[in-house]
Write a protein that binds this ligand. Sequence first.
Ligand code: ZN
Length: 308
Amino acid sequence: MKDQFLWGIDLGGTKIEGTIIKTGNPPEVISRLRIPTEKENGYNHIINQIEKLIDNLRQDSNLNLKQIGLGIHGTLEPSTKTVKNANTTALNGKHFKKDLEEKLKLPVKLANDANCFALAESKFGAAYKLNPDAEVVFGVIMGTGVGGGLIVDGKIVGGKQGIAGEWGHNFLDESGGKCYCGKTGCVETVISGPALERYYHSLTGKNLTLQEINEQYKKGKHPEAAKTIDRLCSFFGKSIAQVINITDPEIVVLGGGVGNIESLYNKGVEEVKKHVFNHQLETKFIQPELGDSAGVIGAAYLWDKEYQ
Ligand SMILES: [Zn+2]
C-alpha cells in the first residue's frame, strides 16, 4: 500500500481516541491521544472535539494526514448516509461523515466500532495469529453494550442496511426487559455488564460490578454470584449459537469487559454446543490481543483497499 501512516479515530460515549499508525504487521501505534467527547454539549461540539484531537495529533507527530478512518457506536444508514443506532444520540439522523469532511477538509470513512474491532483482530490480532486464512471471523464486543462485526474473506460485511453483525439486538429473553433501542429482551438487556449487574442486584439488593461478582463466584460460596455467572453462560450459549448457525465462523473473538469472564470459555462454550446445529462445535472462542487499540487500528485500516 502507498500510505506509510494511517490515522484512526474511535469515537466513544465518554472519550475520543485518536492514533497514528505505521502500517505493517503488526501495525505500530506511533501516536495516541484521548480527549473527552463531552457529548452533552451537542453535535457541533463533538465535531469540534474531533478537529481539536486531529490538530493535537498533527502537532504531536509532525505528520500530515490525507484521510481519516473513524469508528462509531452506530452505523451509517446506506440509503441516506446519516447515522443511526448510535448511543451518542446527538449523532443520530445527522450527516456526520459529510459534516466532518467539510469541517476537516479531508475525506472520512466511517464504520461501526465493533466492525473496526473485528477487522483489526482478524487482520493483525488474536484471530490472525490463530489462522490468518480464516474465512469467517466474528468479533464480539460485550461490555456496557453488546455488538459484533462480521469479517468474511478479510473484509467487513456491512450489509444492505448497515446492520450486519448486530446480534446484540436479537431477541433473547423477555426477562431482559426494555432495551434502549425500543425493543424488549434484546441480547444486550440480558448479558451486557450492566444487565448482569442489575440481575445480581435483583437477587441480593447489592450493587457490585460484574468483575466483583465474578470474584465472589470464583470464591465459591456465593450462590447469587454463581447464578449471575450461570445466567451469563447460559444466555451467551443461546444467543451466540444463533450467530454460528447463520455465519458458521471459524473464530469468535470476545472483546469488551464481559469477554474477560473466564467461565465463558468453558461453561459458556458448553452452552453454545447445546444450541448449535451440529454434532460438534469446531468454532474457536478466543480473547482479543490488540487491547484498547483494536478499534482505532481497524478504523485507520478502513482506508486500506485490501480490506474493503
Ligand atoms: Zn435492543
